[in-house]
Write a protein that binds this ligand. Sequence first.
Ligand code: FMN
Length: 385
Amino acid sequence: MNDLPSSQPDWPHIISELRSSVTITDATDPKQPLIFVNDYFVQLTGYSKEEVIGRNCRFLQGADTRSETAREIRHALSKCMPVRTEILNYRRDGSTFWNELNIDPIFDKEGRCVLFVGLQYDVTDRKLLEEEATHAARSAHGQSRALMEFMGKLNHELRNNMNGMLGLIDIVLMDETLPEDVREYLELAKGSGDTLLNIANDVLDLAGATDGRMKLERIEFNPKHVLDSIVKTHRLRAEEKGLPLILNVEGIHHQRLYGDPHRLRQVLDNLIGNALKFTTTGSITLTAEESKRAESSPFIYMRFTVRDTGIGIPEEHMDKLFKAFSQTEASHARVYGGSGLGLKICEELVTLMGGSISVDSRKGEGSSFHIDIPFSKENQAQLPL
Ligand SMILES: Cc1cc2nc3c(=O)[nH]c(=O)nc-3n(C[C@H](O)[C@H](O)[C@H](O)COP(=O)(O)O)c2cc1C
């Protein structure tokens, strides 16, 4: 401050020299005439000072200026309030620019609003970039919606036709006089059809879970009963492979919870199915436990762990695990089948339920998949989604 000249600064000169546009109107006149514009305003708009002094600034507006914006300004000025807005303005030569307009009321010592000071910034470049970004986002959204709709229809067609085909194969297979080799071919065809049907179901689920179409249920269920029935459906396959399938539910104390047991089943079915697929010796265990939470909390987190003693996942493949269409090694897809969407769907479903999924694994020693999901203890309680 010590370096300032001792004489009174020449404010009008300083404002005239500013590299920003400054305008001042007489607030006591209802017509709001301009009484001052600086040089930069002349540069920005192409109008000379003589042409604009005494006029209301609305001459900068034109056919494409939003009338609501002008209305908002009028409303604020009538209440002597400051205005911050963006408005499309026209230069003297008819070209347009986006004007970021800041208007402030100036009060005298008695508190009367005597002047308005307006600052104008040309923000056309920024505005165009914003418009481009919005346009790009809209068209990307539209495209992905269209793609999802298309996939939905495609899946519907695929499933209908495949179900028809599989039904026909079943009818032919009922013929006990079929030659053995024909029966074998038909069973192979049926197996391929089943795989295709599963892939179609997976794709549809994933599309629904990722674009927000899938809705969760909230119904009462007994967690032990649900887990019992899940394990039962896999027991036969485990026995065929000579693998014990163990269910450990000692950590569950609640008999009644609220949430979506069908989606929970879908996730656990998937994880147990994978465990069975990739394990040849040892065992598979499904453990469920309640995390310790304050008694007063309306929900509890349940941790489900599916542990196997299978081939395990090499460390370098861990990050690919939850990506769509990724089986950690391409050769796995051929040997073990599947769409490569299973874990991605699990992750999407668990996230939709407000939970998380994680994995510990070592190549050759097996894998443990953990899922932590909150469930309500009361019917109305809001889940921490
Ligand atoms: C100090 C001041 C500066 C203004 N600057 C601009 C401007 O640069 N561009 C513009 O479109 N409107 C500007 N306006 C707003 C218009 O003058 C007018 O108040 C607005 O269009 C609303 O009134 P109306 O609906 O009667 O036109 C300014 C107003 C004031 C008080």
